[in-house]
Design a protein around this ligand. Structure first.
Ligand SMILES: O=C(O)[C@H](O)COP(=O)(O)O
Length: 329
């Protein structure tokens, strides 16, 4: 019987779609950024220093950490599929509503698009729409590892969710929920209809609440406030995984992802205003030598552009093809 628990082996590492449209980029090199007090009007990407790495070991047959040797890692971002409140055009924020049928289909479609890209660890918000999206997407993955949500809300939850087989652990992907990746808290707008709110307060006011960088909705979080917790979490918990060669998927929300993309792409607070993320569309980045390179959204599992970009990704895909040929023959 294995002595290390599944939970221990994967948690000890951390101290712990659609389309994307962006306004013209004008990168201000004076921007600076820290995980303590985030000021996007002064952004400077922070190099990660923590290289803690005790995730599940990769399979012998398919190197899920195949990007590791070249010090590269894939980062996939997915905004959750359509939720029941997206469908009703209600401000949702931190209210925990599930996906619609369309949202389920979007998540499955997103999974198909990334089914040939390695994923070693998944981060989601603590909200069900992001978790459903991550799970549904991973069911489509060619590697067929089982995504398992880690429960560290109490010692008992950790103990009761232990896995005692190394082989089973090797065939699993840890899913780490984090409230810091939740949607921005929409304050007193939560549950209100977006159209009716615009009619009541004026389009301009509602646009400011929804898209300005530093103006919060009544009793809610501005994008800046959301970024303070989402980007700090990304820097402290996700970047170290990427730096250690782990391929990461994040399933989260329109605004928590907008703030993370602002950091990755070094957008100014003006530029982020016009950044819109559709539901259920995966976005791929390659992390290499401390830098994030945007690869856009894979349109399908065999899209040449995505795999041509790094030799390691192409090799991973090739290996998946070969393995499925062996299984079929
Ligand atoms: O919380 C919500 O209502 C949506 O997920 C995001 O809304 P937004 O487009 O108004 O930011």
């Amino acid at each position: 019987m294995a002595t290390a628990t599944f939970h221990q082996s994967i948690v000890s590492f951390a101290s712990p779609s659609s389309t994307i449209s962006q306004c013209g980029f004008k990168i201000d090199s004076s921007l600076s950024f820290t995980s303590k007090k985030i000021n996007f009007c002064k952004i400077k990407a922070m190099a990660s220093v923590s290289y803690n790495n005790t995730l599940l070991s990769p399979s012998k047959t398919i190197p899920d950490n195949s990007l590791k040797k070249s010090n590269e890692a894939a980062l996939i971002l997915i905004r959750h599929g359509e939720s029941l409140w997206n469908e009703k055009n209600l401000f949702t924020g931190c209210v925990d509503v599930p996906l619609t049928e369309k949202g389920v289909e979007e998540a499955i479609e997103a999974g198909k698009r990334i089914s040939n890209i390695p994923v070693d660890v998944i981060f989601t918000s603590s909200l069900i729409r992001a978790q459903m999206t991550a799970m549904l997407a991973m069911i489509q993955h060619r590697r067929k590892k089982v995504p398992i949500i880690l429960h560290d809300e109490s010692e008992q939850a950790k103990t009761w969710s232990q896995v005692f087989s190394d082989e089973t652990k090797n065939q699993s992907i840890p899913v780490i929920p984090a409230w810091q990746l939740n949607e921005r808290m929409y304050g007193e707008l939560q549950g209100l209809n977006k159209q009716e709110t615009a009619e009541r307060y004026g389009k301009q006011q509602v646009h400011e609440w929804r898209r300005s960088y530093d103006i919060p909705p009544p009793k809610g979080e501005s994008l800046e406030m959301c970024a303070e917790r989402a980007v700090a979490y990304f820097q402290d918990n996700i970047e170290p995984k990427l730096a250690a060669g782990k391929n990461v998927m994040i399933a989260a929300h329109g605004n928590s992802l907008r703030s993370i993309i602002m950091y990755l792409d070094k957008l100014t607070c003006q530029e982020v205003i016009s950044l819109e993320l559709s539901t259920g569309i995966p976005l791929l980045y390659i992390f290499k030598e401390g830098k994030f390179m945007k690869r856009g959204s894979p349109v399908g599992p065999t899209e040449a552009g995505v795999y041509a970009y790094t030799k390691r990704l192409a090799q991973y895909r090739q290996k998946l093809e070969e393995d499925s040929e062996v299984i079929c023959s």
